[in-house]
Design a protein around this ligand. Structure first.
Ligand code: DX5
Ligand code: ZN
Length: 221
Protein backbone atom coordinates (compact mmCIF):
# COMPACT_ATOMS: atom_id res chain seq x y z
CA UNK A 1 0.00 0.00 0.00
CA UNK A 2 1.47 3.36 -0.92
CA UNK A 3 2.20 5.88 1.78
CA UNK A 4 0.72 9.32 1.36
CA UNK A 5 1.41 12.72 2.87
CA UNK A 6 -1.61 14.98 3.32
CA UNK A 7 -0.29 18.45 4.23
CA UNK A 8 -2.70 20.38 6.42
CA UNK A 9 -3.45 23.78 4.92
CA UNK A 10 -4.30 25.09 8.40
CA UNK A 11 -0.61 25.95 8.77
CA UNK A 12 -0.37 27.67 5.36
CA UNK A 13 0.26 31.37 4.93
CA UNK A 14 -3.21 32.24 3.60
CA UNK A 15 -1.87 35.25 1.72
CA UNK A 16 0.25 32.80 -0.29
CA UNK A 17 -2.01 29.77 -0.33
CA UNK A 18 -1.94 29.24 -4.10
CA UNK A 19 1.81 29.65 -4.24
CA UNK A 20 2.35 27.16 -1.40
CA UNK A 21 -0.01 24.65 -3.02
CA UNK A 22 1.92 24.85 -6.30
CA UNK A 23 5.20 24.22 -4.44
CA UNK A 24 3.72 21.15 -2.73
CA UNK A 25 2.26 19.87 -6.02
CA UNK A 26 5.73 20.15 -7.62
CA UNK A 27 7.05 18.01 -4.74
CA UNK A 28 4.51 15.33 -5.67
CA UNK A 29 1.86 16.02 -3.03
CA UNK A 30 -1.24 13.99 -3.84
CA UNK A 31 -3.56 15.06 -1.01
CA UNK A 32 -4.37 18.33 0.69
CA UNK A 33 -5.92 18.16 4.16
CA UNK A 34 -8.48 20.90 4.81
CA UNK A 35 -9.51 21.54 8.42
CA UNK A 36 -13.00 22.93 8.89
CA UNK A 37 -13.80 24.11 12.44
CA UNK A 38 -17.03 25.60 13.73
CA UNK A 39 -16.15 26.97 17.19
CA UNK A 40 -18.66 24.52 18.73
CA UNK A 41 -17.33 20.99 18.23
CA UNK A 42 -13.85 22.42 18.70
CA UNK A 43 -12.80 25.67 20.39
CA UNK A 44 -11.55 27.29 17.20
CA UNK A 45 -12.88 28.56 13.87
CA UNK A 46 -11.06 28.04 10.58
CA UNK A 47 -12.12 27.91 6.95
CA UNK A 48 -15.10 26.47 5.13
CA UNK A 49 -17.10 26.01 1.97
CA UNK A 50 -16.00 29.04 -0.12
CA UNK A 51 -12.33 28.18 0.40
CA UNK A 52 -12.90 24.56 -0.63
CA UNK A 53 -14.68 25.80 -3.77
CA UNK A 54 -11.69 27.96 -4.66
CA UNK A 55 -9.26 25.12 -3.95
CA UNK A 56 -11.30 22.81 -6.20
CA UNK A 57 -10.91 25.26 -9.08
CA UNK A 58 -7.19 25.51 -8.45
CA UNK A 59 -5.88 21.97 -7.85
CA UNK A 60 -6.73 18.52 -9.16
CA UNK A 61 -5.22 16.80 -6.11
CA UNK A 62 -7.37 14.98 -3.55
CA UNK A 63 -9.12 17.35 -1.14
CA UNK A 64 -9.14 15.53 2.19
CA UNK A 65 -11.72 17.53 4.15
CA UNK A 66 -11.75 17.12 7.94
CA UNK A 67 -15.05 18.35 9.37
CA UNK A 68 -14.59 19.40 12.97
CA UNK A 69 -18.16 20.59 13.14
CA UNK A 70 -21.16 19.68 15.24
CA UNK A 71 -23.81 17.61 13.45
CA UNK A 72 -21.89 17.34 10.18
CA UNK A 73 -24.91 15.60 8.62
CA UNK A 74 -26.38 19.08 8.04
CA UNK A 75 -23.63 20.06 5.60
CA UNK A 76 -22.65 16.94 3.66
CA UNK A 77 -24.23 18.10 0.39
CA UNK A 78 -22.65 21.53 0.70
CA UNK A 79 -19.17 20.09 1.22
CA UNK A 80 -19.66 17.55 -1.57
CA UNK A 81 -20.86 20.24 -3.98
CA UNK A 82 -17.94 22.47 -3.03
CA UNK A 83 -15.61 19.81 -4.43
CA UNK A 84 -14.38 17.76 -1.47
CA UNK A 85 -13.08 14.30 -2.39
CA UNK A 86 -12.81 12.71 1.07
CA UNK A 87 -15.27 13.83 3.72
CA UNK A 88 -14.18 13.02 7.30
CA UNK A 89 -16.88 13.18 9.95
CA UNK A 90 -16.22 12.85 13.67
CA UNK A 91 -17.97 9.93 15.36
CA UNK A 92 -18.38 12.14 18.47
CA UNK A 93 -20.14 14.90 16.52
CA UNK A 94 -22.72 12.92 14.60
CA UNK A 95 -25.86 11.19 15.86
CA UNK A 96 -26.56 9.32 12.59
CA UNK A 97 -23.13 8.03 11.59
CA UNK A 98 -24.25 5.20 9.31
CA UNK A 99 -26.73 7.33 7.40
CA UNK A 100 -24.19 10.14 7.01
CA UNK A 101 -21.42 7.86 5.73
CA UNK A 102 -23.88 6.36 3.23
CA UNK A 103 -24.93 9.81 2.10
CA UNK A 104 -21.29 10.76 1.43
CA UNK A 105 -20.94 7.60 -0.70
CA UNK A 106 -24.19 8.29 -2.56
CA UNK A 107 -22.89 11.73 -3.46
CA UNK A 108 -19.88 10.08 -5.10
CA UNK A 109 -17.39 11.04 -2.40
CA UNK A 110 -15.16 9.00 -0.10
CA UNK A 111 -16.59 8.54 3.40
CA UNK A 112 -14.15 8.67 6.31
CA UNK A 113 -14.72 8.37 10.03
CA UNK A 114 -12.62 10.29 12.55
CA UNK A 115 -11.96 9.63 16.23
CA UNK A 116 -10.60 11.96 18.90
CA UNK A 117 -7.68 10.75 21.07
CA UNK A 118 -9.89 9.57 23.94
CA UNK A 119 -12.32 7.66 21.72
CA UNK A 120 -11.53 3.95 21.32
CA UNK A 121 -11.08 2.60 17.80
CA UNK A 122 -13.59 -0.12 18.78
CA UNK A 123 -16.40 2.42 18.50
CA UNK A 124 -15.76 2.52 14.76
CA UNK A 125 -16.29 -1.24 14.27
CA UNK A 126 -19.98 -1.01 13.26
CA UNK A 127 -19.05 1.39 10.47
CA UNK A 128 -15.79 0.03 9.09
CA UNK A 129 -17.46 -1.72 6.16
CA UNK A 130 -18.83 1.66 5.05
CA UNK A 131 -15.67 3.79 5.02
CA UNK A 132 -12.69 4.33 2.74
CA UNK A 133 -10.61 5.75 5.57
CA UNK A 134 -10.41 6.09 9.34
CA UNK A 135 -8.75 9.25 10.63
CA UNK A 136 -7.10 8.79 14.02
CA UNK A 137 -6.54 12.08 15.82
CA UNK A 138 -3.22 12.15 17.62
CA UNK A 139 -3.93 15.53 19.27
CA UNK A 140 -7.15 17.03 20.58
CA UNK A 141 -8.71 18.57 17.46
CA UNK A 142 -8.79 22.34 17.15
CA UNK A 143 -5.26 23.63 16.72
CA UNK A 144 -2.12 23.00 14.73
CA UNK A 145 1.30 22.77 16.33
CA UNK A 146 0.40 20.57 19.33
CA UNK A 147 2.44 17.64 20.64
CA UNK A 148 1.75 14.10 19.49
CA UNK A 149 -0.18 11.96 22.00
CA UNK A 150 1.63 8.63 22.03
CA UNK A 151 -1.29 6.59 23.44
CA UNK A 152 -3.31 7.20 20.24
CA UNK A 153 -1.05 4.67 18.51
CA UNK A 154 -3.19 2.03 20.25
CA UNK A 155 -6.09 3.17 18.09
CA UNK A 156 -3.94 2.82 14.98
CA UNK A 157 -2.78 -0.66 15.98
CA UNK A 158 -6.33 -1.81 16.75
CA UNK A 159 -7.62 -0.56 13.41
CA UNK A 160 -4.70 -2.09 11.55
CA UNK A 161 -5.07 -5.57 13.03
CA UNK A 162 -8.87 -5.49 12.59
CA UNK A 163 -8.40 -4.57 8.95
CA UNK A 164 -5.97 -7.45 8.36
CA UNK A 165 -8.14 -9.98 10.19
CA UNK A 166 -11.32 -9.02 8.42
CA UNK A 167 -9.87 -8.50 4.97
CA UNK A 168 -10.99 -4.86 4.84
CA UNK A 169 -9.21 -2.17 2.88
CA UNK A 170 -9.75 1.19 4.56
CA UNK A 171 -6.86 3.62 4.78
CA UNK A 172 -5.61 4.64 8.21
CA UNK A 173 -4.75 8.32 8.47
CA UNK A 174 -3.18 10.06 11.45
CA UNK A 175 -3.50 13.76 12.25
CA UNK A 176 -1.73 15.88 14.84
CA UNK A 177 1.85 16.41 15.94
CA UNK A 178 3.31 14.48 13.01
CA UNK A 179 6.93 15.35 12.29
CA UNK A 180 10.08 13.45 11.38
CA UNK A 181 10.33 11.99 14.89
CA UNK A 182 6.72 10.85 15.29
CA UNK A 183 6.05 9.76 11.68
CA UNK A 184 8.09 6.52 11.95
CA UNK A 185 6.10 5.46 15.04
CA UNK A 186 2.81 6.07 13.23
CA UNK A 187 3.95 4.14 10.14
CA UNK A 188 5.13 1.23 12.29
CA UNK A 189 1.72 1.09 13.96
CA UNK A 190 -0.04 0.79 10.59
CA UNK A 191 -0.77 4.31 9.33
CA UNK A 192 -0.63 4.77 5.55
CA UNK A 193 -1.70 8.42 5.26
CA UNK A 194 -0.07 11.10 7.42
CA UNK A 195 -1.38 14.62 7.89
CA UNK A 196 1.23 17.22 8.77
CA UNK A 197 0.65 20.93 9.13
CA UNK A 198 3.25 22.85 11.09
CA UNK A 199 6.04 20.36 10.27
CA UNK A 200 5.62 21.07 6.55
CA UNK A 201 4.41 24.65 6.36
CA UNK A 202 5.82 26.52 9.33
CA UNK A 203 9.48 25.57 9.29
CA UNK A 204 11.66 26.96 6.51
CA UNK A 205 11.65 25.38 3.07
CA UNK A 206 8.56 23.37 2.14
CA UNK A 207 10.61 21.39 -0.41
CA UNK A 208 13.15 20.35 2.24
CA UNK A 209 10.47 19.33 4.73
CA UNK A 210 8.62 17.21 2.15
CA UNK A 211 11.92 15.59 1.11
CA UNK A 212 12.52 14.62 4.75
CA UNK A 213 9.08 13.03 4.97
CA UNK A 214 9.59 11.17 1.65
CA UNK A 215 12.89 9.82 2.92
CA UNK A 216 11.10 8.31 5.94
CA UNK A 217 8.27 6.92 3.77
CA UNK A 218 10.87 5.09 1.64
CA UNK A 219 11.83 2.92 4.61
CA UNK A 220 8.26 1.70 5.09
CA UNK A 221 7.14 1.15 1.49
C1 DX5 B 1 -5.99 19.86 14.29
C2 DX5 B 1 -6.11 19.60 12.82
C3 DX5 B 1 -4.86 19.22 12.17
C4 DX5 B 1 -3.74 20.22 12.27
C5 DX5 B 1 -2.48 19.44 12.38
O1 DX5 B 1 -7.25 19.88 14.84
O2 DX5 B 1 -7.04 18.55 12.58
O3 DX5 B 1 -5.06 18.81 10.82
O4 DX5 B 1 -3.65 21.10 11.20
O5 DX5 B 1 -1.44 20.30 12.64
P1 DX5 B 1 0.00 19.80 13.11
O6 DX5 B 1 0.50 18.88 12.03
O7 DX5 B 1 0.76 21.05 13.24
O8 DX5 B 1 -0.21 19.08 14.41
ZN1 ZN C 1 -7.15 17.74 10.51
Amino acid sequence: MSLILSPSLLSADFTKLGEQIRIMEKCGTKYFHVDVMDGIFVPNISIGIPVIKSLRGFTDRVLDVHLMIDRPERYIEAFANAGSDIINIHIEACSCVEETLKKIRELGKSPALTIKPKTSWKETIPYLHLVDMVLVMSVEPGFGGQSFIESTLENVKGLYSYKQKNDLSYDIEIDGGINKDTLPKALEAGVNIAVAGSAILSKGSIEDRIAEFNEIFKHYE
